[in-house]
Ligand binder design. Structure first.
Ligand code: G3I
Length: 547
């Protein structure tokens, strides 16, 4: 048996090395452990409304102590904030050499403390406690549905900027970011909420497991977007000249099975005037072109949009008749459009973008002014009266992360549901390469699913240059965009079949997109490049469907 000895020693040495290299794969920097063993156990303070309404305490549990935050305030949010001496600067710079935010994770133990469904915000701040005046203020939000203690680990790349879009471009400098804020956002239901947490730590990993989009995987040329999507439509925004262009129409019909008119079915495109008898002058040239194209090629049509504050002919804006006359014109208009495309258009965005940004209030518009706060319901009713079968959608942007707007939208949606006037909700996916995060997409999507409505991820485009910081499409942004597309498709595909409707891309080629002209920065937001070449984002779309 002696001959085994050198082998055993060698094995032991190898095992030791394996242990060492395993140990080096992850380094934990404890920020707080309320047992008192952490770096700075008592340096958390309440902030904002929590100070006057809530209770913050370190409480004993089986593990010694944890931190508890009780929210019982009259407004919507409260935070506790680690103080300035608990900083990520505790991580020695040399340890972060060659690391990016992809390597760094925030890990903590968390319990909802008795209120399942509590929305929790974790914010990384640099600067004073106040949320919005900081240089860097990145937020991760999730809903804690179970009250079990659990350890969660969030990649810093998953944090998105929550308040000021001008900060989207800032990367988290892990030597610079200073504090951790943990807070409760009372979205609905009872104001009394509770969060308990412990063992807050930053974890730096040497290797990051590849999740999501894999740039090295190839996509067979025979694959198409529509074939990958088994139980929903893959839509594309089109316009009249492009459906008549063979280069475009070949890709439209090969890759997609649904179309939306980017502009041709808007009020400004169709509604040309009112004669002295009160008859509407309607021009169907462009809308018919698109519907005929769809019919000829067996494509679904999602109608966009009957009422939108950005597409109103001047004679409607300046209409001098009575409010009753105004309302009757709108009713006639909706009735005429829906009736013309009965059995041809499967679904309509009835009212588009009715809620004000960062608010739950209706957006000021001529419709609100002339028809009153019930105007949305009235428009849905006119559409329903014209066609009992057509699917009716409410469509808006930023609903994934603007929680005030989300609240306002779902008040409208719930009211429409109570009157049996709505079939689905469109989340316009005009998003950025690094925002919003997957969790936010999932949480917001669940709000539609739980109401048993159809989900439309409408108007997908992913900005890669939201601040104009880059002059050319870098490999890094290319991959980041692909990863974001992967997440969007992954989240959509995970919706139960009965709630799926369509995922619609807002244009074909990068140089066709509304983004560059609107924002004034060169951007590459779509799935195809300017030469009709498939981008990584295209491959990511298919990969997410094959998952
Ligand atoms: O067709 C005219 C052209 O003749 C003229 O020379 C040119 C000069 O500006 O304008 C052209 O019209 C433009 C039209 O797009 C077609 O390119 C309009 O100015 C321009 O305002 C219009 O922008 C559209 C925008 O909605 C406003 O209707 C974008 O293409 C379209 O992508 C965008 O889509 C909206 C959704 O409907 C709702 N959600 C937001 C989304 C992005 O803003």
């Amino acid at each position: 048996m002696n001959f085994l000895k050198p082998f055993t020693v060698l094995t032991l040495i190898m095992l030791l090395f394996a242990q060492l290299s395993f140990a080096q794969e992850e380094t934990t920097y404890l920020i707080t452990d309320f047992d008192g063993n952490g770096i700075l156990p008592n340096a958390w303070q309440s902030y904002g409304d929590l100070g006057s309404h809530g209770v913050v305490s370190a409480k004993p549990n089986s593990d010694g102590k944890f931190y508890e935050q009780v929210w019982n305030g009259s407004t919507d949010e409260g935070y506790i904030v680690s103080q300035s001496d608990i900083t990520f600067r505790l991580i020695p710079k040399k340890k972060l050499k060659d690391k990016t935010i992809d390597n760094v994770f925030l890990r903590l133990d968390i319990s909802c403390g008795g209120a399942p469904g509590t929305k929790i915000n974790i914010v990384l701040v640099d600067g004073p406690n106040d949320c919005c005046s900081n240089d860097v203020n990145w937020q991760y939000s999730f809903v804690k549905n179970t009250c079990e203690w659990e350890t969660i680990e969030i990649n810093l790349a998953e944090f998105g900027y929550a308040y000021d879009p001008s900060n989207h471009e800032k990367s988290i400098n892990i030597n610079k970011v200073g504090r951790v804020k943990i807070g409760v956002d009372v979205f609905s239901g009872t104001k009394r909420q509770l969060v308990q947490f412990d063992n807050v730590a930053l974890v730096v990993k040497d290797k990051v497991a590849v999740t999501g989009y894999d740039p090295s995987a190839s996509i067979a040329d025979t694959n198409t977007l529509k074939n990958g999507a088994k139980d929903f439509f893959v839509g594309i925004a089109v316009n009249p000249s492009r459906v008549q262009d063979a280069n475009y129409s070949a890709v439209y019909t090969k890759e997609f099975n649904s179309v939306t008119a980017e502009n041709a079915m808007k009020m400004k495109s169709i509604f040309k005037g009112i004669d002295s008898e009160g008859n509407l002058n309607l021009d169907w040239t462009n809308s018919d072109l698109i519907v005929d194209f769809a019919e000829a090629n067996g494509l679904n049509v999602h109608g966009h949009t009957l009422i939108w504050h950005e597409s109103i002919p001047d004679f409607i804006k300046t209409f001098t008749g009575t409010n009753q006359e105004f309302e009757s014109i709108i009713e006639k208009y909706i009735t005429a459009v829906v009736t013309r495309y009965k059995d041809k258009v499967d679904s309509w965005d009835v009212v588009n973008e009715a809620i004000t940004d960062n608010s739950s209030a209706l957006r000021p518009s001529v419709f609100l002014e002339r028809m009153g706060p019930d105007y949305v319901k009235k428009c849905f009713q006119y559409a329903r009266n014209a066609d009992q079968e057509v699917k009716l959608f409410y469509n808006d942007y930023n609903l994934v992360f603007d929680t005030q707007k989300q609240k306002g939208a779902f008040e409208i949606i719930d009211d429409l549901m109570a009157n049996n006037l709505i079939d689905g909700v469109g989340y316009q996916m005009h998003i950025d390469y690094n925002f919003p995060n997957k969790q936010a997409l999932q949480t917001a999507t669940a709000l539609i699913v739980k109401r048993k409505l159809l989900v439309h991820f409408s108007e997908l485009d992913v900005k890669t240059n939201p601040k104009g910081a880059i002059a050319e499409f870098t490999e890094k942004r290319n991959n980041a965009q692909a990863q974001k597309v992967y997440e969007v498709v992954e989240v959509y595909n995970a919706i139960p079949t009965e709630n799926k409707y369509a995922l619609t891309v807002w244009g074909l080629k990068d140089d066709d997109s509304w983004v560059t002209p609107r924002y004034g920065f060169l951007d590459w937001p779509l799935l195809f490049d300017s030469s009709f070449g498939k981008k990584k984002a295209y491959a990511a779309f298919i990969q997410a469907l094959e998952k």
